[in-house]
Design a protein around this ligand. Structure first.
Ligand code: SAM
Ligand code: SF4
Length: 426
């Protein structure tokens, strides 16, 4: 039996798809690149914005047509489109054979004829890595309920994996060539509060640090209020933890933040930003912004712009607000910023992002960067430095090596250069 998994959305979905693939392969199925040659197609979906859902619905339309043309095909939908109740989905898409909530692999395994309940964390089924980097979910779900966000409704409450389980998984990966892991959580600092002895993210990083073969540890996504000095100190002290913080601010205006129920003010966000900068001076900073949230005035938007101009993030992800049925904002606020205004604000932030990233990236010109070599395309190697900057380079290298690269060109999106002869000592 052949399977095909289509994935959109966050790194958590990428990790889930890998894990599902591992389970299916263990049961004897083999992967194919296109739905046309598969017996089982799984769509791993995202609901964070309407556009992401539309893409999945488009895929479903294609699969339905394949079926109508006589192709024998089992279709499963998993991920954030599937909530605790799936009757509405079953009504809308009667030709789908199985719906599975995030991390609930059992309905898909059953569809493939495999009696493997899996269990939420599926501890015995670690994917075989196909890269030198791997995503490792450490805490599932989210308890925050920001007013715009569908995630807590779809991924449920926060549940942490044990340190032993996570270590086991990372050891498995590193024994098979992985050199860098990214510890994942919707709010990764929530890690551990629900476990005996309540270890935190810093404790988790310390407990992973001596795993043989592991060269780098990353973590995302951070929630400003939950970022503690202890966690920041762990990043500062542990040599394998990369100096890169992904701390979504969402807006630079207190009234907007209050409507979003983010639970912090701009001043409190700045305190956390300064805490990181003081203890990890060269840290790369990444953030998320939503423009055009309910009631966002021109003055409120200008405050967001001004904050971004002041903080100069290395990278930012900007999205236009997309109302999600079921969320607090959808029930209690009005989506009153016109689409063209949302789009214009989006472009303004994108332009700022391109300018600032170019300026920051140019400061790397003529420097030597430690790169973890990841892959080769069109005759060039690619990898990232500790700050997470994408670097393309020429010269001799091998995937998995830590190598020194001399930087010769910089754009907003990447750095380019040449490998220096001596590899960085492991
Ligand atoms: N937990 C993280 C945080 O605290 O921001 C991020 C997780 S969230 C699923 C990923 C990003 O999607 C958010 O940072 C936000 O910018 C964006 N997002 C979530 N809901 C959205 C919505 N309704 N419309 C537009 N963007 C949204
Ligand atoms: Fe969504 Fe807020 Fe949770 Fe992030 S912290 S996943 S934005 S509810």
């Amino acid at each position: 039996m052949k399977y095909h998994i289509w994935t959109v959305g966050c790194q958590m979905n990428v990790a889930d798809s890998r894990k599902l693939a591992a389970g299916l392969e263990r049961a004897g199925l083999s992967a194919v690149d296109a739905p046309e040659s598969a017996d089982l197609v799984v769509l791993n979906t995202c609901s964070v914005r309407e556009h992401a859902e539309d893409r999945a619905i488009g895929q479903l339309g294609r699969l339905k047509k394949l079926r109508e043309r006589g192709k024998e095909l089992r279709i499963a939908v998993m991920g954030c489109m599937v909530g605790p109740r799936d009757d509405d989905l079953r009504r809308r898409f009667p030709y789908v054979d199985a719906f599975a909530r995030p991390q609930d692999f059992a309905p898909i395994m059953a569809l493939a004829g495999i009696d493997d309940a899996g269990g939420e964390f599926w501890p015995t089924t670690f994917a075989t890595p196909d890269a030198v980097t791997a995503y490792v979910p450490v805490v599932h779900g989210c308890d925050k309920f920001c007013t715009y966000c569908i995630v807590p409704y779809r991924r449920g409450r926060e549940r942490s994996r044990t340190i032993a389980d996570i270590r086991n998984e990372i050891e498995h990966y590193c024994a098979r060539g992985v050199r860098e892991v990214t510890l994942l959580g919707q709010t990764v600092e929530a890690y551990g509060h629900d476990l005996p002895d309540a270890p935190d993210l810093g404790d988790l990083m310390r407990a992973m640090h001596d795993i043989p073969g592991l060269a780098r540890i990353r973590f995302l996504t951070s929630y400003p209020k939950d970022m503690t000095a202890k966690i920041v100190d762990a990043v500062a002290e542990l040599p394998k933890v990369c100096e890169s913080f992904y701390i979504p601010v969402q807006a630079g205006d207190d009234a907007v933040l209050a409507r979003m129920r983010r639970g912090y003010t701009v001043a409190e966000y700045l305190d956390k930003f300064e805490l990181v900068r003081a203890r990890v001076p060269h840290a790369a900073m990444v953030t998320d912004i939503i423009v055009g949230f309910c009631g966002e005035t021109a003055a409120e938007f200008r405050n967001t712009y001004a904050l971004l101009e002041r903080l100069r993030f290395d990278k930012l992800h900007v999205a236009a607000y997309s109302p999600r049925p079921g969320t607090i904002a959808h029930r209690t606020l009005t989506d009153d910023v016109p689409p063209d205004v949302k789009l214009e604000r989006l472009h303004v932030i994108e332009q700022l992002e391109a300018r600032v990233s170019t300026e920051i990236n140019r400061t790397f010109l003529d420097s030597e960067q430690e790169v973890l070599v990841e892959s080769r395309h069109d005759g060039r190697w690619s990898g990232r430095n500790r700050a997470g900057k994408l670097i393309h380079f020429e010269g001799a290298a091998e995937a998995g090596q830590l190598i020194a690269v001399h930087i010769e060109r910089a754009t907003a999106w990447s750095l380019q250069g040449t490998a220096l002869p001596a590899p960085v000592p492991a």
